[in-house]
Design a binder for this molecule. Structure first.
Ligand SMILES: [Fe+2]
Length: 212
């Protein structure tokens, strides 16, 4: 059941979405530093911030569906998918990775909670007061408010959910576009892969979807 629709402003046109595309197509700017793609984690972060600003400015329609998490692909090319996702209360992904893709997300509005698997090795810079007391391997909680984001390097395993009463909206970018995802459980401090799935081109990302 779709319960809320925020239409795009009729006078608003996305102006920045395509600005990043030449970077992935110009050989002299290819870096291939962060994964099997010429698009870097920094590029993906910039892209999600740009598109999140467009969404905040009313340039894209947003729907919130309390039955099935709503998403819409805003851009697709051989190197890059960009998705707009809304999260009703308690909608969540499962604990997952992004296969051979790197990615990033930026929250447009609302708040998302990310539980991220962390190796917990000495000097782990991600340990903060809000995280689990243990300094060993485990899931660490990161609360992402509006304009906050996170980049997903290869091997990033996380769960994302909306624990607030208000819907959340986020923009996600993946490079190369998602083709596989694996899902995990954590028992007694051990991360165990439970299954892997192919992601069909154009299929909604972030897993955990309740299929109709
Ligand atoms: Fe994810």
């Amino acid at each position: 059941m779709t319960t809320a629709v925020t239409p795009a402003r009729p006078d608003a046109r996305p102006s920045t979405t395509l600005a990043f595309l030449p970077r992935s197509l110009h050989g002299d700017r290819r870096r291939w530093h962060d994964g099997p793609t010429p698009v870097s984690l920094a590029d993906l972060t910039t892209i999600t911030r740009q598109v999140a600003a467009e969404v905040a400015a009313g340039m894209h329609e947003v729907r919130v569906d309390h039955t099935h998490r709503w998403s819409r692909r805003l851009h697709a090319d051989p190197h890059l998918d960009v998705w707009l996702i809304s999260w009703a209360t308690e909608q969540a992904a499962e604990l997952h990775d992004h296969g051979g893709s790197i990615g990033a997300l930026t929250v447009v509005r609302g708040e998302l909670t990310e539980w991220r698997w962390t190796s917990g090795h000495p000097g782990d810079h991600e340990v903060t007061a809000e995280e689990l007391a243990s300094s060993g391997p485990g899931l660490r909680r990161h609360v992402l408010g509006a304009s906050a984001g996170v980049a997903f390097p290869l091997g990033h395993v996380h769960d994302v959910s909306n624990r607030r009463a208000e819907p959340a909206v986020s923009v996600h970018a993946y490079s190369p576009p998602l083709s596989t995802m694996s899902y995990y459980d954590v028992e007694r401090g051990t991360l165990t892969r439970t299954r892997s799935e192919l992601v069909e081109p154009g299929a909604s990302p972030e897993g955990g979807q309740v299929r109709p």
